[in-house]
Design a protein around this ligand. Structure first.
Ligand SMILES: [Zn+2]
Ligand SMILES: [Zn+2]
Length: 341
């Protein structure tokens, strides 16, 4: 199996497996600089994934000890999981946007019980049945993935060039999938001279065949009413205007025609919002809405953890509709229901 792919112009990618996940792997990009390779994302924290990353770096003609820096697109464990190990082995800096750095800090400080009681309260408010919420209340030893993610050494500042000696890599803030998600724009001519403006490391923001999950920015300590779907749609337009010649995403494969993919995703969300409005002809809780939405399989086949993610996605769409003035909460309903205006 080829463990590294050469994208030309001093950029390669390594497939780092994500255990037991249909996504399969994270594409970790290796960007040559005058001071040694810089990684875009690191992959899932698992012994097999670590071995794959090391083998991939060897296939790139380098080694983990040579890594000069690590740029993280967002805090999720399939992107940021191995950052601590890479830093330990190399002394590399690790950079993350401030909003996702805050999540990392909170994850490290929050006891799991606090998180489970927050989730139980949140799901009850969303109209989840007691049978679904009850397991979150039983005092049992539980573990969460990525409990101790690496604290970054540097902040990724939107609009600024990152410290890649001899290269031009600029951070573009693209909140939505997470509040501190960034894309990274390599402002250099495409090595095969494809038309457009440079290349874009797009993380999970723009993928060729997957619509990224847009939920709520879950934070037990922050009651701000955010609009992640609105943020995501704005971020998509920003990337469309950038018109990169090629997109290098964190999953699946590289692709051209970013503006076309952006349009397809904007259309997808527009028709999804229209479909939800039709469902909201009758008042529904977020849970009831999630049950009626279209997923990649029937609701009854969706496993427990994925249902929580689905409800979060239903809520982000409700937030958007309320913000647009196209839906509103029914006064006095408990748990709160929403209806189309
Ligand atoms: Zn992600
Ligand atoms: Zn991902």
């Amino acid at each position: 199996m080829v463990s590294a792919f050469d994208h030309g112009g001093g950029v390669r990618s390594v497939r780092v497996p994500i255990p037991d996940n249909p996504l399969g792997h994270t594409l970790v990009y290796v960007v040559d600089t005058d001071r040694g390779p810089v990684l875009v994302d690191t992959g899932w924290d698992d012994p097999g994934s670590w071995d794959a990353l090391r083998a991939g770096l060897a296939a790139c003609g380098t080694a983990v000890g040579e890594v000069y820096g690590v740029v993280i697109t967002h805090h999720h464990p399939d992107h940021h999981g191995l950052s601590a190990r890479v830093r330990e082995a190399s002394g590399a800096w690790v950079a993350l946007h401030a909003a996702d750095a805050a999540i990392v800090r909170r994850t490290r400080e929050t006891r799991p019980e606090r998180w489970f009681s927050y989730m139980a309260a949140k799901l009850t408010a969303a109209g989840a049945p007691e049978a679904h919420v009850a397991p979150l209340r039983t005092p049992r030893a539980r573990t969460l993935p990525g409990l101790s993610p690496a604290l970054p050494d540097r902040e990724i500042v939107p609009g600024e060039l990152l410290d890649l000696p001899g290269r031009r890599l600029r951070a573009v803030w693209t909140p939505g999938h997470t509040p501190g998600h960034v894309c990274l724009h390599l402002e250099e001519e495409h090595p095969a001279r494809l038309p457009g403006h440079g290349r874009l490391f797009s993380g999970d923001h723009l993928l060729p065949g997957i619509t990224p999950h847009i939920g709520l920015y879950e934070d037990p300590d922050d009651a701000t009413v955010t609009d992640p779907l609105g943020d995501y749609l704005d971020s998509l337009e920003r990337i469309g205007r950038l018109s990169p010649a090629e997109v290098l995403p964190a999953h699946q494969h590289a692709f051209a025609d970013a503006p076309g993919r952006v349009r397809a995703l904007l259309d997808h969300h527009e028709s999804r919002l229209a479909g939800l409005l039709a469902l909201l002809a009758e008042p529904l809780t977020p849970w009831q809405l999630a049950e009626r939405m279209e997923w990649n399989r029937p609701w009854t086949d969706i496993p427990y953890g994925s249902r929580n993610i689905a409800v979060s996605e239903a809520e982000s769409h409700l937030r958007r509709l309320v913000k647009l003035g196209r839906a509103e909460p029914v006064p006095g309903s408990d748990p709160v229901t929403y209806t189309a205006v």
